[in-house]
Design a binder for this molecule. Structure first.
Ligand code: ADP
Length: 187
């Protein structure tokens, strides 16, 4: 099974992706986690993207497409994967289509987790207070990440809608309820 989880920052993509990973033996591919690992390792790529993440801007499509193309070809993705944080632009979505076609693979579903903006701010603020380890979990950067989502990422929703692949779940419900909605889509 190959899935995309889509939604604004704080929508709960990571939480749901980790559950699906355990439940279906899929590999969660979180581009945010991959980028943070590059930064932590001090690699050249990490140095290049650190300020971009801290500001809540997007890393270039070229870098992200290469990162995912490399990743989905690894053996641990053979049983399937959940993309969490990719694609984030229409150009990335188009590149993903090419990539999958080259490997003769299909997507099973694109699941959008919908959450109100005010709720997202409350969640991120809480995460910043409790955790405080992510440089982009501040109210200022959060505002920018929301704008970036609206301007650059939200256009991929009609892109997948047009292909008849989009499924939407109500992300304002509890974690278990959101999980149940996702499960009923994947039945
Ligand atoms: P969240 O899940 O909270 O929205 P992520 O952990 O997925 O955030 O991503 C954190 C940051 O990593 C983003 O704000 C962006 O700077 C960068 N990033 C992650 N994925 C992509 C992508 N596909 N394209 C460009 N930048 C990305």
């Amino acid at each position: 099974m190959r899935l995309i989880l889509l939604g604004p920052p704080g929508a709960g993509k990571g939480t749901q992706a980790r559950r699906l990973e355990d439940l279906h033996g899929l590999k969660q591919l979180s581009t945010g986690d991959m980028l943070r690992a590059e930064i932590a390792s001090g690699s050249d790529l990490g140095k290049k993207v650190e300020a971009i993440l801290a500001a809540g801007e997007l890393v270039s499509d070229d870098i992200m497409v290469e990162m995912i193309a490399h990743r989905i070809a690894k053996p641990d993705c053979e049983k399937g994967f959940i993309l969490d944080g990719f694609p984030r632009t229409v150009a990335q979505a188009e590149a993903l289509d090419d990539m999958l076609a080259n490997h003769k693979l299909d997507l099973d579903a694109v699941i959008e987790i919908k959450v109100d903006e005010q709720e997202l701010f409350d969640r991120i603020q809480k995460r910043a207070e409790e955790d405080g380890t992510r440089a982009d979990d501040t109210v200022e950067v959060m505002k920018n990440r929301m704008d970036v989502y609206k301007n650059q990422t939200a256009p991929i929703i009609p892109y997948y809608e047009g292909k008849g692949m989009l499924k939407t779940v109500d992300g304002m419900q509890s974690i278990d309820d959101v999980a149940a909605q996702i499960d009923s889509i994947l039945l």
